[in-house]
Design a protein. Structure first.
Lengths: 292, 337
């Protein structure tokens, strides 16, 4: 019984991180109609920046409690990076064919992956002290790391925050208006360029937060972004590109299937996920919650 | 009058093309006398990459579908050869090709049947997802595929066992002979693809690419055409995989992994996917570019990424497209002068 609870908690933990990545990807697609292939790498950068900062700060003797503040800092660094990338690299491509947009973000992926290697070297970086600082909890006869619950909490908060931001604020209205009809929004006086930059930065912030929040529990390693990207693709394909609920439900489905997969059918765990994605694409091309 | 001159041009241009092709082929055939063994090997890799890109481009350039999963076919070709050697003890290159081609054709037909239901971005994601199913299977079923270690492939015999490569100096002999072998297959592939894209079938594909609605009004069964194009495209790329394994001597799941699909896309784009010769040039240039980048810097991915971004930004028609545009401008000036 306690195993079951732990597995459910594990699934929710993965779902939180996956949701952060996939929601960012989905938001960027929803507003700008760009599938950002470098999105997973931005998540990786969030992890590396945070782990590196945590290591530095703890070495300087700052108490662990304060080091938790570095998680949003890591995410913010990625957001700033995003705000730099959008106007320089992506803006020239909005009028070009989708293929070119995909290719330019693929080029960005190659560049950023090597930039990580250049800056932090090839070795994994950890931020375990943060994980150890949160006391473990008891589940029946087993012990469960409390930090995972923190991550789940952050995931839930991020989902609520994003929902409120998109559906309950003025910025959200501008965002939705721009995503529905860019030219009309522009004609009505919306600063479309600013909306695009902010949407891309918010999407990057989410990816960075996903990386920052997962790094205390598992080391930042090269290639983590590429794996995350593929999983995020599966999530948004199942849930529907551009849909917030879709990213949430997709993340939950993928996480639960993965947890069950690792337990019961480890060899075909990933294959099952991709097959689910393929079946959804066949039956409902726009995903469970997507529209056109 | 107009139709007449157009007819003349189209009647004459295949001859010129054939002559140009023959000259290039002779030059390529003479080249090994002047370059070292390593260069010959590199050029062979380049020709193989060209075949892969040529197949890929039937889908991107002529049908307008961007596949991000062509590593699947390359990998299926490569693994077919490895399985044929390990499980059936086959050592003949001709048998590899004869048995391998139907395998990749069937795989392309199956994946294509699913994928062509979508276009644009969804097509790309679907091809990506399905190719990654294969990748994860190759990785996880290590007792069949060797996992990340991959499978070794010994040097095969060429021309129905007439050429065997054992004993002293066999490596040099193999690289030399294999170059001509690949060159021969390459020439056949180029001619075949040229015929395909200039056939009514190829014209139909281009019509679908340019205007789907209009093509449907003309009575074309769009999905079936796309499926056929996918099948041919996958088979060409699979053939490249079959040819690649004996030269590389090893196949790993890397060739099924999606960044490898990205490299195929890159190749076509580098040469120029709106041209018939673009992917051919791209395949050879990319092979040299990557080898050079890997040799000179640890951060070769970064270099390739920068090249890719610059290419998309400044040279969207690729090398061949740019040269053609330049030549056109020069010719225009001549006429003015």
């Amino acid at each position: 019984m306690s195993i079951l609870i732990i597995q459910i908690l594990n699934s929710l933990f993965y779902a939180s991180v996956l949701f952060l990545i996939a929601a960012g990807l989905s938001l960027i697609f929803g507003v700008m109609r760009i599938v950002n292939m470098a999105h997973g790498t931005l998540y990786g950068i969030g992890a590396f920046v945070t782990a590196w900062l945590v290591g530095r700060v703890l070495a300087a003797g700052v108490p662990v409690g304060l080091a938790f503040l570095l998680i949003p800092v890591g995410a913010a660094v990625v957001a700033v990076l995003g705000a730099l990338i959008e106007p320089t690299l992506l803006r020239p491509f909005y009028r070009r064919a989708e293929e070119y947009q995909l290719l330019v973000t693929f080029g960005l992926l190659l560049i950023l992956e090597d930039a990580i290697r250049f800056i932090w070297g090839g070795l994994p970086i950890t931020a375990d002290p943060l994980m150890d600082a949160v006391p473990s909890i008891r589940v029946g006869t087993l012990i469960y790391p409390g930090y995972y619950l923190v991550v789940i909490g952050v995931g839930i908060l991020a989902a609520i925050g994003l929902w409120l931001g998109i559906y309950r604020t003025k910025f959200g209205v501008l965002l939705r208006a721009t995503s529905q009809d860019r030219r009309m929004a522009s004609a009505l006086g919306v600063n479309v360029g600013l909306v695009y930059v902010s949407a891309f930065a918010v999407g990057c912030f989410m990816a960075g937060l996903g990386g920052a929040i997962i790094v205390p529990s598992q080391a930042a390693v090269l290639g983590m972004g590429v794996d995350a990207l593929i999983l995020a693709f599966v999530v948004v394909v199942i849930g529907g590109l551009g849909s917030l609920q879709g990213a949430l439900i997709g993340a939950l489905i993928v996480s639960f299937v993965r947890t069950a997969g690792i337990q019961f059918f480890p060899e075909i765990e990933l294959a099952v996920l991709y097959l689910i994605a393929a079946v959804v694409l066949l039956v409902k091309p726009t995903g469970l919650f997507g529209s056109a | 009058m107009k139709a007449d001159t157009a007819g003349k041009v189209s009647r004459r241009s295949p001859l010129i093309l054939a002559a140009a092709g023959a000259i290039i082929l002779v030059l390529l055939a003479l080249l090994p006398m002047y370059i070292g063994l390593y260069q010959i090997q590199l050029l062979t890799y380049g020709l193989i990459a060209s075949i892969a890109a040529l197949g890929f481009n039937l889908l991107l350039g002529y049908t307008g579908l961007l596949s991000f999963g062509h590593s699947a076919f390359f990998g299926i070709g490569a693994y077919s050869v490895a399985f044929l050697l390990r499980d059936a003890g086959i050592r003949s290159m001709e048998l590899y090709i004869l048995i391998g081609l139907p395998i990749v054709a069937i795989a392309s037909a199956l994946l294509g049947y699913i994928c062509v239901r979508h276009t644009r971005i969804f097509f790309g994601i679907l091809t990506l997802a399905l190719s990654q199913v294969l990748y994860s299977l190759a990785l996880k079923f290590f007792w069949v595929t060797g996992g990340t270690d991959g499978l070794r492939v010994a040097r095969p015999t060429l021309l129905a066992g007439m050429l065997t490569f054992t004993g002293a100096g066999s490596y040099q002999r193999f690289v030399n002979s294999y170059y001509y072998y690949v060159l021969g297959v390459f020439a056949v592939c180029v001619v075949l693809m040229w015929v395909i894209v200039h056939s009514p079938f190829g014209k139909a594909l281009q019509a679908i690419r340019d205007n789907e609605t209009r093509a449907r009004f003309l009575g074309l069964r769009i999905r079936r055409f796309r499926w056929a194009s996918f099948l041919i495209s996958g088979t060409f790329t699979g053939l490249a995989g079959i040819l690649w394994v004996p030269l590389n001597g090893l196949t790993t799941p890397e060739v099924l992994y999606w960044p490898f699909s990205g490299e195929i896309v890159f190749t076509a784009l580098l040469g120029g996917f709106r041209n018939f010769t673009g992917p051919i040039v791209g395949g050879i240039v990319f092979t040299y570019l990557k080898t050079y980048a890997v040799a000179t810097t640890e951060y070769w991915q970064l270099l390739l990424g920068v090249v890719l971004v610059l290419l998309v930004l400044l040279l969207p028609t690729g090398i061949v497209g740019a040269i053609a545009a330049l030549a056109g401008r020069l010719r225009g000036k001549e006429r003015l002068a």
